[in-house]
Write a protein that binds this ligand. Structure first.
Ligand code: 8YV
Length: 331
């Protein structure tokens, strides 16, 4: 970089024009308006000479990549999840990671509830039936579903999104809310969410609707598999808006086929955008393509927070939502 030239950034995917405009005021920006999916070698090639990257939560940033990108100082995810970052490797390399929390909490909780309602009340299944021309008469038990109001809502992972779902359930639908988390909430938060802390075992056995909102990690990988599904009520529904890989999708497809549980609603999948072929065959599952945060306002807010992080850190040394502040001392 010469004394007058701007530092260079990479924006890995197509994004709102205002993102490029705001960044271009301060940086030389290489963007991807065609939204080409770059493989890893291409990503590494394009990161050469870049001090920052605007990332979308799927670009794997690990030691092998970092060793090849010595100029990189910051990767700013526009997502709250950051399982694409190997934070230890980033800290060791002096590369800061940032995410985009808070701005998507309520929108994502809305979608969690939408998926819960669609799953419990068999919205997709009955629409397919109608579209296929099978609706010829009313019958007393046609698409009879599970009650939502007054039922027991279970939440695995009680962070910001889990709490927002709990509030909807407790205050809007008169649900009894139980949750399991690494650490229980404060008494004040429990009261606000009208939620009661239980063991994972009690959560599985008691919930009528179980919503997964835990971050993905080695510890949460396949934390819902055949054994856990077998502990749930045969009338229960399972909702995953967290990350693919938390549920063992093969085991879930089998459990849905065998009616071990009644139904599932899934926004995230192991190895997405591929979906386990058996899940595509079973009728009692609602499938959506990872859209829980997808409203225009929220996606703009998520992108804007990533821009704030890039500008804040690379120009002024202060990120808004740093994940590994220790990285700063390793440069
Ligand atoms: C993203 C999400 O849209 O923020 C997250 O962690 O899961 C979603 O809001 C998704 O990660 C895109 O890759």
């Amino acid at each position: 970089m010469t004394a007058t030239s701007k530092p260079s950034l990479l924006v890995t995917r197509a994004i709102f024009p205002e993102v490029i405009e705001r960044l271009s005021a301060h940086f030389t920006v290489e963007s991807n308006p065609e939204d080409t999916l770059w493989d890893r070698a291409e990503l590494v090639r394009r990161l050469q000479g870049k001090v920052g990257a605007f990332t979308t939560g799927v670009e794997r940033i690990d030691a092998e990549l970092l060793a090849q990108c010595p100029d990189l100082k910051l990767c700013a995810n526009m997502t709250v999840g950051y399982n694409n970052f190997d934070l230890d490797a980033m800290t060791a390399a002096g590369v800061l990671g940032t995410n985009a929390p808070d701005v998507l909490t309520e929108t994502t909780a809305d979608f969690g509830f939408a998926l819960l309602m669609a799953t419990a009340r068999r919205v997709s299944e009955s629409e397919h039936f109608l579209r296929a021309g099978h609706w010829t008469r009313w019958s007393y038990d046609m698409f009879s579903g599970a009650e939502v109001h007054g039922s027991t809502l279970g939440i695995l992972g009680m962070g910001r999104i889990g709490q927002a779902i709990a509030r909807r359930g407790a205050h809007g639908f008169g649900m009894k809310v139980i949750y399991h988390n690494r650490t229980p909430l404060s008494a004040a938060l429990e009261q606000d969410c009208k939620a009661r802390y239980v063991s994972k075992q009690e959560l599985l056995a008691t919930a009528d609707h179980l919503v997964l909102v835990v971050p993905y990690s080695a510890a949460s990988h396949h934390s819902i598999g055949a054994a856990e599904l077998a502990q749930m009520k045969p009338t229960a529904t399972l909702i995953n808006i967290a990350r693919g890989g938390i549920v063992d999708d093969a085991a879930l497809a089998q459990a849905l086929k065998d009616r071990v549980i009644a139904a599932a609603g899934l926004d995230v999948f192991e190895g997405e955008p591929s979906v386990h072929p058996e899940l595509l065959q079973v009728p009692n599952v609602v499938l959506t393509p990872h859209i829980a945060s997808a409203t225009e306002g929220t996606r703009r807010a998520m992108a804007s927070l990533a821009v704030d992080n890039l500008i804040g850190y690379l120009l002024n040394g202060t990120a808004v939502t740093p994940l590994n502040p220790a990285a700063i001392h390793n440069r």
